[in-house]
Design a protein around this ligand. Sequence first.
Ligand code: NAI
Ligand code: MG
Length: 338
Amino acid sequence: MKVYDVTLIPGDGIGPEITEAAIGVLEATGLAFEWDRQLGGISAMEATGNPLPEATLESIRRTRLALKGPLTTPVGIGFRSINVALRKEFALFANVRPAKTIIPGRFDHVDIVLVRENLEGLYMGREQWVEVDGDPHGQAESVAVVTRAASERVIRYAFEYARSHGRKKVTVVHKANILKFTSGLFLTIAREIAAEYAGTVEMNDLIIDNCAMQLVMRPETFDVIVTTNMFGDILSDEISGLVGGLGLAPGGNIGDEAAIFEAVHGSAPDIAGQHIANPSALILASAMMLDHIGETRAGDRVRRAVVATIIADRVRTRDLGGTATTREFGDAVAHRVA
Ligand code: NAI
Ligand code: MG
């Protein structure tokens, strides 16, 4: 039997609790995993003095696959975001965030996959001060870099994702009316790539502000979305809000060398250690990991088990109005999967 080597970073706050639940579900698929447990974030800082130890990087270089709990990034002081560092280190160029209605409510048929360029654009934070009339902070400038190579890679990934997942449409989101160079290049490349998929995957484009409005008016009309880093950062949170919030939102950071799967939410320090966190987002991220390694049937089983646990079994954690603990919810999903 094939054994899958996976780097496991339990992370900070609720990370270890939700990671245990996700492992229980993955083990219940009957597939064999070899977990290489590694440190990252505050817990790594406390244990080794380094928030991103070399051993963790070494492990991901070897396994090329990681399941990661949330990592706390201290505000202001201390180290920079380890998540951003990992994306850079392994050139994880596409951030994939699926959002699908689980609990019917305001929107019953949302099924959107957002693909966000993960390495460049305005999000790089390439900023500088410019002196104005003797005031050294009289002007602030921020540079957005959009390259043909990175745009092609992420847009092609989005179209390939659409084709291989039986999806019909890719919406390219931009601001090419104003940002004629950066957003213009991204849109031009999208049109070139879309031509290769004519007859298989349809393309349309929307200006970012209109897209933000359309998403809350008619979210059911969206399929796959591809956009630049900062627009994707904002839209992905908007989209997770359409389907019930952070407790249900998984994400994958995909590169040619490695892929890292995680929940969209953070370490939730306000509820850490109480065993009430919802592990669904990380469990759904685990299902994305199964898809990524070609175990799509197991991935589907995990997704169906999460839905059945929440809807049919009515087992829910506190954020969804239930009383189940993290472990009880994880065990219920694992039971469904097995
Ligand atoms: P957060 O996502 O940790 O928490 C926001 C709110 O949602 C809190 O009230 C929390 O209790 C709740 N929440 C989040 N996940 C939940 C879950 N699974 N079940 C139930 N409730 C849940 O965001 P916040 O507070 O802004 O960030 C906390 C820390 O996490 C920060 O240090 C931040 O930098 C880090 N962070 C890390 C991320 C990552 O590793 N990918 C992503 C986002 C934030
Ligand atoms: Mg964000």
